[in-house]
Structures are given as structure tokens and as C-alpha cells.
Design a protein around this ligand. Sequence first.
Ligand SMILES: Nc1ncnc2c1ncn2[C@@H]1O[C@H](COP(=O)(O)OP(=O)(O)O)[C@@H](O)[C@H]1O
Ligand SMILES: [Mg+2]
Length: 228
Amino acid sequence: MNAQENNIDSSTLLQTLEAEKQRRQTEDKLRFYRPYPRQRDFHDAGRTHRERLLMAANRIGKTQCGAAEMAMHLTGQYSPWWKGKTFDKPVRAWAAGVTNEACRDVVQDKLIGPPTRRLEWGTGFIPKHCLGEVSMARGTADLIDTISVQHVTGGWSQLQFKSYSEGRPKWQGVGLEVCWLDEEAPIDLYYEALTRSNETGGIVYCTFTPIAGLSEMVRLFLHEGIKI
Ligand SMILES: Nc1ncnc2c1ncn2[C@@H]1O[C@H](COP(=O)(O)OP(=O)(O)O)[C@@H](O)[C@H]1O
Ligand SMILES: [Mg+2]
């Protein structure tokens, strides 16, 4: 092999490796998640607390933190640094936002990828190779109702997208291991989510900036909780 061929080979190899690195960074984002100290404290607290609230200013990384934690429970792919709650089996989970649209544009976007660009599903925190069967919601374009996520055990977790605007009757139902509420929820829905996870020893965690002052949700955590 002459020097020119060698050059071509090494540059092709470099390109292939670069492409693979790029692919992993976009389609296996979870592996690259490094929490800020406050996010890490929040994750760690899950080991000992079934109920958690990450209350902070806007753009601090609340949704990011909630989505990364959800992806770890769904896939069972806990990072080497993880000290939070762990499940050793596939989980049933809810991820909720205020309205269907907010859930789709914020929560679904962070977990799955851009809602309107299906070719890019798999660029959120749930790795592309773990995405399974999808059932779409009715009445809101591009909103996923339920998606199966491959768990490290070989089984499938089930993630359902929910919104507070659906109202309480739609929040009653089966047991859940994990429930993530992104943005402040009406207290009755919070208790409904808690009830769903009581029987399973599951967790409920919330991520929001309080915009309604001392709401019942805020009071619950401030008065009855432990600040970390
Ligand atoms: N641990 C992190 N590492 C790198 N970037 C982060 C991290 N957490 C948050 N970010 C960045 O901050 C931006 C805002 O985060 P987001 O979770 O949407 O904020 P919030 O929900 O608090 O308004 C994200 O789009 C992301 O780019
Ligand atoms: Mg947010």
C-alpha cells in the first residue's frame, strides 16, 4: 500500500469516527448528560425521598434534569455517577405538562426529539435505539400518547404523556413507578399521581418555577419537606 492510499484510509477512518461520535452525541444523548451540582443533589435525593420538587428560576435546567432522570428510569441505563433512586425492572411512567401542547413542545421534545420532525425522534434523552412502539394521542397533532422504551433487562418500559388540562378523571388509573410533573400542578392531580405510585413504592418528582406564589404545591414542600 503506498503513502497516498494510506492517507485516504486514515482520513476516511477519521471521518467515520467523527460521524459515529456525532451520532452518539445526538442519538445517545443520555450518556453525555452531566448534571450541574443542583441537578445532581436533586437526583441523589431520590434515593431516600419518594416525593421531590426542584424549584428554581427559569432556564436553570429543571426540565433538562427531569427528562434525563426519566430516561434513566425508563431504560435502566443509570450513569456511573448516579446515586439516586434505581429500579431494576422496566417501569410504568407518566411525564406531564400543563397542557397537551406544552407537554408535546417541552416534555416530549426533551425526551424524544422535535415533535413535528419524526426522522429526528431519538435525539432527545431517550436513546434512539431504545424507542419502541408509539401510539399517538387524539386531538393534538404530533403528541404521543404512549411509547414503549427498551429497558436494559430486555423488557419494555411504558411512558405516557399527560397534561393537567385533561383533568382529574383522566389521572385516575393504574399503578406507576415514576411520575414527572414539569411545571406546577393543581394539588388534586399531584395527590392523584402520588396515589398511583403508592402501591408500587414509586416516585413522584416535580420541576417548576413558582409563578402562583405560595400555592398549595409550594406550601406542601416548603412546610412539610426537607430543603436540600
Ligand atoms: N446539566 C446540563 N448540562 C448542559 N446544559 C444544560 C444542563 N442543564 C441545562 N442545560 C441547558 O440549559 C437549557 C435550559 O434548561 P431547561 O431545563 O430547559 O431550563 P428550565 O426548565 O429550568 O427553564 C437547556 O436547553 C440546556 O441547553
Ligand atoms: Mg422548563
